[in-house]
Design a protein around this ligand. Structure first.
Ligand code: NAD
Length: 488
């Protein structure tokens, strides 16, 4: 079977592949600016049908109680997708503009493989837990806890790591026994729709258990936050949209799970190897053109070593030029769209208006006349109060900031509305641990450490979100607990 649609991709609603009632919309390759295909454009009525199908599948079938069926379907999906990996790789790079090297990890094969982790959890989870006897109010009772699926999940996702984020929601949600309506970002509909085609044609998922609704209209996603038939909204995207989702969900008092923005700090202590720290900071911020919420975008270095840090980071960035994402050596590809490039360029202009210096980059690559590329850019001369140090840019843009010792570095890292991730480079374990303990974020790396894995819960403090994705903790976001007692 070939995945590439002859005309346009379809929606997956109630087990059937169907066209969108709103026709189709174009999919643009961000590296070439060419229209590479069309996606089904769902309307409010299509979303209504998808929610109805998910509700019906949850309320009238055995899906939420048949743990073995769920594990089997998830493994079947993993194996079917892996069999299509090369075709999916080509389509993913064309649609997302992500460097092809990342498709061997978090942009494709990693999250597909991780479906097996969630299948294992469906089987290994303690669905009942015996609490033994107690005598409340003088009456002896035997008690147990039962885990149950939350119900219908509305999953709303962004464009930067579409497979990773789609599967980090649908994997644990389905493993927990929920049914799902997935609404992917308008920029990356194929990554979800092609998975929908595989689900419909190559797996035994019962109708309505998983529905995939692509649309050019953000309002179609917003239906998931307000519709009372949806029990939980699992959202990844910008903090501004996350606030709207939470406000809309309040009306029907549904659970919300939010993975939002970040402005993470890369802290270099004065006993660190400055050269390797700066090389890693440069590599991190240019990867996928900086379009990652957990990327470290503030480089916080000892004041006495500021000039050396700027030189080392700039030299490393110069060797990481933006390039064609199909090239296996490319680390920095294009931004997703002309709109996103304009946003990044406006922040670079703002840095200069704020009194900053562009040490490296700052423009579009001279050798590219097509594609939404921006040069890897290093900004100096500002402190942490500058808007470019406070706001998420979502591009290959690093702001270097001086610190006056370990406590000051921790203060700067925490002087942010966000609290998603961070990195510390140093030698002395006691000092490193003080930084790790002091920085208020959901993940931290030490000396280049990589925390990303299926069993590691990911999420943020403060305006970076509510809840955790992946790991046992992420699976439990999709579970309710029922306490049951009987007299003995
Ligand atoms: P976005 O918030 O504009 O859109 C995300 C999704 O929300 C899209 O599917 C969009 O159609 C939908 N949407 C838009 N308005 C909506 C509304 N009112 N109600 C419901 N859904 C709505 O974000 P984006 O531009 O696609 O992605 C970039 C942002 O996402 C960045 O700010 C980045 O930090 C963040 N992000 C966070 C994480 C994380 O895990 N913390 C991961 C990736 C991206």
């Amino acid at each position: 079977m070939t995945l590439r649609p002859a005309v346009a991709s379809d929606l997956l609603i109630d087990g059937k592949l169907v066209p969108g009632s709103g026709g189709t919309f174009d999919i643009v390759n961000p590296a070439s600016e060419e229209v590479i295909g069309k996606a089904a454009d769902a309307t409010a009525a299509d979303m209504d049908s998808a929610i109805a199908a998910a509700r019906n599948a949850f309320d009238t079938t055995d899906w939420s109680r048949d743990h073995a069926l769920r594990a089997r379907c998830l493994r079947q999906l993993r194996d079917a997708l892996l069999a299509h990996a090369d075709e999916l790789r080509e389509l993913t790079v064309a649609e997302v503009g992500c460097p092809v090297f990342l498709t061997h990890g978090p942009q494709l094969e990693g999250p597909i493989t991780d479906l097996g982790y969630f299948a294992d959890l469906a089987e290994s989870h303690a669905w009942t837990q015996d609490l033994g006897e107690a005598t409340p109010m003088g009456i002896k009772n035997h008690r147990e806890l039962r885990s149950e699926a939350v119900g219908v999940v509305g999953a709303i996702t962004p464009w930067n790591f579409p497979h990773q984020i789609n599967f980090a929601k649908i994997g644990p949600a389905l493993a927990a026994g929920c049914t799902v309506v997935l609404k992917p970002a308008p920029d990356t509909p194929w990554c979800a729709a092609l998975v929908g085609k595989v689900i419909a044609e190559e797996t035994d998922f019962p109708p309505g258990v998983i529905n995939i609704v692509t649309s050019s209209d953000h309002a179609v996603g917003a239906q998931l936050s307000s519709d009372p038939r949806v029990d939980i909204v699992s959202f990844t995207g910008s903090t501004a949209t996350g606030r709207k989702v939470m406000a809309a969900a309040a009306e029907s008092l549904k659970k919300v799970f939010l993975e939002l923005g970040g402005k993470s700090a890369f802290i270099v202590l004065d006993d660190a190897d400055l050269g390797s720290a700066c090389a890693m900071a440069a590599f991190a911020v240019v990867t996928h053109a900086g379009q990652g919420c957990a990327i470290t975008t503030r480089l916080v270095v000892p004041r006495a070593k500021l000039a050396d840090a700027i030189k080392a980071t700039g030299d490393a960035m110069a060797g990481l030029a933006a390039n064609d994402p199909t090239n296996p050596g490319t680390i920095c590809g294009p931004l997703i769209s002309a709109t996103q490039r304009e946003r990044v360029e406006s922040y670079i202009r703002l840095a200069v208006e704020e009194g900053g210096t562009i040490e490296v980059g700052g423009g579009r690559p001279a050798d590219k006349d097509k594609g939404f590329y921006v040069e890897p850019t290093l900004i100096s001369g500002l402190d942490n109060s500058a808007r470019v140090a406070q706001e998420e840019i979502f591009g290959p843009v690093l702001v270097v900031i001086a610190h006056d010792g370990d406590d000051d570095a921790i203060r700067i890292a925490n002087d942010s509305p966000y609290g998603l991730s961070g990195m510390v480079y140093g030698t002395d374990e006691t000092r490193i641990n003080k930084v790790v303990d002091g920085v208020r974020t959901g993940t931290m790396g030490i000396n280049g450490g990589i925390w990303y894995a299926a069993d590691v819960p990911f999420g943020g403090y403060k305006a970076s979100g509510i809840g955790r994705e992946m790991g046992v903790r992420g699976f439990e976001e999709y579970l309710e607990i029922k306490a049951v007692a009987r007299p003995v």
